[in-house]
Design a protein around this ligand. Sequence first.
Ligand code: BV8
Ligand code: ZN
Length: 242
Amino acid sequence: MIRGSDLGILKEKLAEARAVTVLTGAGISADSGVPTFRGVDGLWRNYRAEDLATPEAFERDPRLVWEWYNWRRELLAAKQPNSAHEAVAELERRYEQFWLITQNVDGLHRAAGSRKLSEIHGSIWMVRCTACGSIEDNRDVPIAILPTCRDCNGLLRPHIVWFGESLFPEDLTQCASALQACDVLIVIGTSGVVYPAAGFASMAKEAGAFVAEINLDTTPQSDLVDLSIQGRAKDVVPLLLL
Ligand code: BV8
Ligand code: ZN
């Protein structure tokens, strides 16, 4: 439930803040009809993300992995940003010092107008050649399976960070400075189980930020944050702008 007093405290902190950082997960896109990873609708043909979003799975069966990503691309192509994505884009416009860190690969933050962001797990709308490394936008729905590089004909993979793969160094640098610099960190719609993102709330806390979490449930970070607001992102996040 949304306790008015909790919202009031967060709005006060935002009013005093110079620098704001937002961290989002699949929960912010749930209200756009996008299945979350660990929710009841997070399965595909009874596979879990951890089974398919790995370099080993791609090595073993690139066709199966591309079929999963194609299924998600087809599903996402029809989805629109919701009022929570739009409110986050508005927060970017209000704060000189603002950064968005998203774990989502769905592109909905960009579609809502966010520009100061790190898509730390990559983007489902970008592909990378496994042979020459070229990285390109690719919005084909459906995408040809198996897609090949137009430069060298090598096998393309999703430009996404899989389990067991390191995040892109430039993103890690950007996240570290955004977490160090912020007066307020707002964590929206993430279960807080996937590292290194799951450690970002405590990094900001150690650097002196006021940390608030907006989620339907409690998470492993709920005890650590200063404020935990339970509610749907599309209902709560726009209230921060009033
Ligand atoms: C790495 C791309 C270095 C795929 C993804 C330390 C300790 C333990 C394990 C590790 C560790 N360090 C590394 C690991 C291994 C691993 C990891 O953390 N495993 C977990 C499962 C234990 N991490 C990695 O491999 C990372 N790499 O650390 O590199 C390294 C290198 C080699 C060896 C070791 C270390 C890479 C992680 C990136 C993996 N890629 N995505 C794809 O998307 O196709 S992760 C995947 O999970 C998605 O990106 C997703 O964003 C992410 C997190 O999930 P959430 O976004 O939180 O979504 P979820 O469904 O879980 O939760 C939704 C939440 O929303 C819920 O809380 C729900 O209550 C809430 N909600 C729902 N509806 C709403 C809502 N809230 C508000 N409103 C609503 N309406
Ligand atoms: Zn190539």
